[in-house]
Design a protein around this ligand. Structure first.
Ligand SMILES: *Cc1c(COP(=O)(O)O)cnc(C)c1O
Length: 376
């Protein structure tokens, strides 16, 4: 069976270095908010191009605490509207509702699955304060267009970069476009810790100071609390793991691209719709980091069954859109009609993709896709 993602072999490639780094943390006697965190924050902000990075406990907290910080700074208040793509992973929407702000769901671009600038324009109201583009599956949203709207309307931009470490558009990376950007280092993400971790990147020093306080009980200085914060810190041991893995992220991204290129060149089946090849994308200079390789099919269930029978594990990202989740019964977007989003959720299927897949395995996936047909 070709597994969807073999995390064990992915991490064991760096086993020695990871053990060494963990040992250093164990022997240091300092486990929270120390030199390993500081070093990783510096490395990761440099990687994205943003001036600062703040490590937190996970990707959801990165988004929640950024919005919370803007509230503490007086830039946002309860009931303000935040534009989000309707087809996102639920964490994006949770970050808004957790802060008592109002998510305004908009249909994505049907080809890129990302926030559609035209639909953003249509969703603007007097209460709009934030746009949250989600760089879904590893490809940046149309940030030049979104940035232009935000500048014109004086809106904040919070990127959800949880799936897009290193992805670029117009030569600028995820994490460097928005006023702030939330990253996840969940083990399965392109840069994954060996447990939960997340971070915010931003070039706004005041925002960064507020998030640094919020993640640590609202305190800048021990036992002095400026705001009612939370405990959401990135452990030293995870920061040390991430510093090791960040060194190999570029090579891992290249390995993902090689698998994607084999799929792009090899899969030829009219029943399978391929993702947009970012090389020929409408946007200039995009670089896709292929967090997920998502195809579409009108007969998805049959395709998934056929691939499983051919030894290929697939997953669905995601089976139920936020507006149909039970969690949002009673919200004003609950069960509203989003035909593009619903079509995407009915048809998408994620093929295996990871830096540890061999060319032969990728070819096996291609062959399994090409041998798929439906009985008349
Ligand atoms: C993974 C993910 C998150 C949340 O990250 P966690 O670290 O799991 O909390 C947020 N948004 C998107 C788009 C994600 O894929």
């Amino acid at each position: 069976m070709i597994p969807f993602l073999d995390l064990k072999s992915l991490n064991s490639a760096y086993r020695e270095e990871l053990v060494e780094a963990a040992t250093r943390v164990i022997d240091s006697g300092w486990y929270i908010q120390g030199e390993h965190l500081k070093r990783f924050e510096e490395e990761f902000s440099a990687y994205t191009g943003a001036r600062h990075c703040v490590g937190v406990a996970n990707g959801l907290d990165a988004l929640i605490l950024t919005i919370r910080a803007w509230k503490e700074m007086g830039k946002l208040k309860d009931g303000d509207e935040v534009i989000v793509p309707a087809n996102t992973y639920i964490a994006t929407v949770l970050a808004v509702t957790e802060n008592n702000l109002k998510p305004i769901l908009v249909e994505p671009d049907v080809d890129t699955y990302n926030l559609c600038p035209r639909n953003v324009e249509r969703a603007l109201t007097e209460k709009t304060r934030v746009i949250m583009p989600v760089h879904l599956y590893g490809q940046l949203a149309d940030m030049p267009a979104i940035d232009a709207i935000a500048k014109r309307e004086k809106l904040l931009v919070l990127e959800d970069s949880a799936q897009a470490h290193g992805a670029q558009v117009a030569g600028k990376s995820a994490g460097h476009w928005g006023d702030a950007s939330g990253f996840s280092f969940y083990p399965g993400k392109n840069l994954g810790a060996l447990g939960d971790a997340g971070a915010i990147t931003s070039s706004d020093a005041e925002l960064v100071r507020m998030i640094q306080a919020l993640r640590n009980y609202g305190s800048h200085e021990k036992y002095k609390n400026l705001v009612r914060g939370v405990n959401s810190r990135l452990d030293e041991i995870q920061a040390a793991m991430l510093s090791v893995k960040l060194k190999y992220l570029q090579a891992q991204t290249e390995a993902r691209r090689r698998v994607a290129a084999i799929y792009m060149a090899g899969i030829k089946n009219p029943l399978i719709k391929m993702p947009l090849d970012s090389g020929t994308d409408v946007m200039n200079h995009t670089s896709h980091v292929w967090h997920l390789f998502v195809v579409r099919s009108k007969v998805r269930e049959a395709l998934q069954t056929h691939l499983a029978a051919s030894g290929v594990q697939t997953l669905i990202h995601y089976p139920i859109p936020p507006h149909q989740q039970q969690a949002y019964v009673g919200a004003d977007f609950y069960n509203k009609s989003f035909p593009i989003t619903e079509c995407i959720h009915r048809e998408v299927l994620s093929l295996p993709i990871s830096p540890v897949m061999t060319d032969a395995e990728a070819q096996q996936v291609v062959d399994a896709c090409n041998s798929f047909s439906v009985e008349a």
